[in-house]
Structure formats: C-alpha cells, structure tokens
Design a protein around this ligand. Structure first.
Ligand code: SAM
Length: 240
C-alpha cells in the first residue's frame, strides 16, 4: 500500500517511523511519505492560510498550495483522499478494513478552520474524496487523526502484525468489545486472576470470555448492541 500525508507539520507524523508501522515501512509492506504543504507555496512567506470569506473567527487554508500538493502526490491511479474533519463521517474499524483494501491513500491534514471547500470539489475529479472524523470532538489539526487512522489501517495489512489471530480477537472485530485480559502473576496485591482462566478448560474459557464481551458491551457501549447481527448470537449469549 502507498500512503501520502500532506501537512504543515510533517514532524508530527514522525511517530509513524516507530514500532510496527515503522517496521512495516522498513520491510517494504507499506510505502509512506510525508509532504510539507509549504513546499507547494510560491510566495516568500510560504503562506498557506487567509481570512474567511463572509467573516468570522480564524483562518482558512488557501486552495492553491493544496492543489499543487495533491497534483504532486496523485500518481496515475485514483487514490482515496481522506480529509480529516470533525464534520466528516465517523472513522470505524469497518472503515479501516475498507481502506486497507485500497492501493493508494492520501491524507490532507487541515489546520486553522479547515481547508477551502473548493479543494474537495476540485479533487473529486481525480480522487475518491472522503471527509472523515475521528470522533465528536475538535482537535487543532488533522495530524493526530491521521496518526490514528494510518495505524488502524496499516496494522490490517498482511504481515504487519506478527500473529494475524490477534486481529480476530479484538474489540470491534465482531461488533463487541474485547474481554478483559490478565498475565502473570496469578495473584497480585490480593487481586486474583479469574479462576476459569487457570482451569485449562478451553470451552469454559471461551464461554467466560464471550460472557465478558457481552457484559462489557452492555455496560460501556450499549449503542453497539443495536448494530449486532442477532443471528450471530446463540442461546447462551442471550442468557447473559
Ligand atoms: N472549524 C472546523 C469545524 O468546526 O468543523 C474545525 C477545524 S479544527 C480546529 C482544524 C483541523 O483539525 C480540521 O480541519 C481537521 O483537519 C482537524 N480535526 C479537528 N477535529 C477533528 C476530528 N474530530 N476528526 C478529524 N479531524 C479533526
């Protein structure tokens, strides 16, 4: 997969050189390039923003440098252009899976009050444009959202996570939150690991974990239950 990120703070994306994503880049599983939007300006001050038409607080990112940058990174294919925005569709694990199937993703990190809307209209000729929100809150810029989205997508690429089984037993993989996990020692500060996990009885352990998934989801994220496939629930699930 190829990923291009355009930002006025390329240093922000340095975290993508670390850990599993950094290793995936070194191993050639992922080609990721970060571009400085200011390199696509033509004035002495490398200006990327201006005052908003219609008035109001803050500044808006100018269209010209964005067009230059996007033309530069576009390549021959029709990439998906992800524009992080609190006004976008919500990023989910399902979207991460969808994006992991793409050949080329481009991320356009907004700052200030965001990017001149005409950039998105213009880009729609040669990109699949998707404004995407990390959640219902406002960040200072798109970089933090891109870090989260790139990590969620890249870890789904074949070979990035050592044991692919760990991708199956995770929160949101089957619409439920993950069960609680424990490691040694079995007794710590007078707190015990649940006895069932020490029993060696795989059927009991599987049932315990499934019950915990259901219990946690009911308690912490009841909104997820409405989206569950009822057919996927068995009689024991329904008894929890
Ligand atoms: N005025 C914009 C609004 O109310 O929709 C918010 C602009 S915000 C201060 C600056 C930039 O941060 C946005 O252009 C976007 O790139 C990024 N951003 C802020 N919150 C975000 C979120 N929840 N998800 C994704 N990106 C976000």
């Amino acid at each position: 997969m190829r990923i291009d990120v355009v930002s006025i703070f390329p240093e922000y994306l340095a975290a993508l050189e670390l850990s599993l994503i950094g290793k995936a880049r070194q191993d050639g599983l992922l080609s990721l390039t970060v571009h400085n939007l200011r390199d696509f300006t033509v004035d002495r001050h490398r200006t990327v923003d201006d005052t908003p038409y219609g008035g109001g607080a803050g500044m808006v990112m100018k269209p010209e440098p964005w067009a230059q940058a996007l033309e530069d990174v576009r390549g021959d294919s029709r990439p998906v252009l992800i524009v992080p925005s609190p006004a976008g569709e919500r990023f989910t694990q399902a979207m991460a899976h969808e994006l992991a199937e793409e050949e080329h993703l481009v991320f356009a990190c907004g700052r200030y009050e965001g990017i001149d809307e005409r950039v998105l209209d213009w880009a729609a000729d040669s990109f699949d444009v998707r404004p995407v929100s990390l959640g219902d809150y406002v960040l200072n810029g798109g970089e933090v959202a891109v870090l989260a989205m790139v990590e969620a997508v890249a870890r789904l690429l074949p070979g990035v996570v050592g044991n692919p089984e760990s991708l199956i037993e995770e929160s949101h993989a089957d619409g439920l939150l993950e069960y609680p996990v424990y490691t040694k020692p079995s007794s710590w500060r007078e707190l015990e690991v649940p006895e069932v996990l020490l029993s060696g009885n795989h059927a009991r352990i599987a049932r315990y974990r499934r019950d915990e998934q259901l219990r946690r989801t009911v308690l912490r994220r009841p909104d997820l239950l409405g989206k569950l496939d009822v057919e996927a629930l068995n009689a024991a699930d329904l008894a929890v």
